[in-house]
Design a protein around this ligand. Structure first.
Ligand code: ZN
Length: 291
């Protein structure tokens, strides 16, 4: 094992395993309690069954994240340091400023990656697994098919390389990325005015709830992961919807009984059903204040 290999492993352990994982676990407990106490959208499925399904589906994806995705990203960042390549090597700023710029580039890359997951049929096969959940809560943040993670290595790897992010920035970004994913998938009803304010900067549960809607035009909005301004800049933002009117899921996969662990893991390799038009009996023409 070379020296670089050792440093890489030690860095992932000290930043991600010893700081990131405990922080993320703590946040998980916090969001879980918060969404249980202050529920935003009404649940349509049995909670325990979903917890089991979403966690089991997440095991291969999380294993790959820790042992394939992270080592590759950190390796790319170390490579950048050696060959002095990437955006951060063009200018000479303070460490904090360079870190912040790299962080923004990585987050913008994820906004684009998320759009590709919806627009390219091959990527949608995998991302669809995440969207078939009929409820949206913190456990949905884990429901990702491992194929999506493998695909992300190439795109997110390229962004990491081009950003010139340092190895520490790459790891810090990943911790924030996971924390943000847990937060905006949670079914936590935050005070309305507070959420509205918070949403000016980051993606919040109400905003991301609309992205998981059965209505195609709504799913095709709100792609940001951490910062919400990517959606504002590109006019892909959609906040004009009351949460009790949001029906979660993909209409072509509306049979809850069908969505077993085995079905979800096999889903990307089957013939994908086209998006069925959703017809609702909910009256949307009320004058209540919208978000
Ligand atoms: Zn999506």
């Amino acid at each position: 094992m070379g020296r670089g290999q050792k440093t890489k492993k030690a860095m992932i352990r000290s930043v991600f395993d010893f700081i990131g994982v405990p922080v993320l676990l703590l946040l998980f407990i916090l969001f879980f309690i918060a969404e249980s106490k202050y529920q935003l959208r009404k649940r349509v499925q049995a909670r325990f069954k979903r917890i089991v399904i979403n966690f089991i589906v997440s095991i291969p994806a999380f294993t790959l994240l820790r042992f394939l995705f992270l080592p590759i990203m950190v390796w790319l960042a170390f490579k950048n340091e050696t060959i002095q390549f990437g955006a951060n090597y063009i200018y000479s700023l303070t460490l904090w400023m360079e870190g912040l710029i790299a962080f923004l580039i990585l987050d913008y890359g994820n906004y684009l990656w998320h759009i590709l997951n919806h627009k390219l049929p091959f990527l949608w096969r995998f991302h669809l697994v995440h969207h078939t959940d009929h409820d949206l809560d913190i456990t949905t943040a884990f429901r990702f098919h491992f194929g999506e993670l493998i695909g992300s290595v190439f795109f997110r790897g390229a962004i990491t390389f081009l950003s010139g992010a340092s190895p520490v920035t790459v790891l810090i970004y990943e911790i924030f990325f996971e924390a943000a994913t847990q937060f905006h998938h949670s079914n936590w009803k935050l005070p309305f005015t507070f959420e509205k304010m918070l949403n000016k900067l980051i993606v919040t549960p109400r905003m991301h709830g609309i992205h998981h809607s059965v209505i195609r035009a709504e799913t095709d909005s709100n792609f940001s992961v951490i910062f919400s301004f990517w959606d504002r800049i590109h006019k892909t933002i959609n906040l004009n919807k009351r949460q009790q009117q949001v029906v979660i899921g993909v209409p072509s996969y509306d049979d809850q009984k069908e969505l077993t662990i085995g079905f979800l893991l096999k889903l990307p390799f089957t013939s994908i059903r086209p998006w069925k038009k959703y017809t609702s009996d909910i009256n949307t023409n009320d004058n209540e204040l919208k978000y």
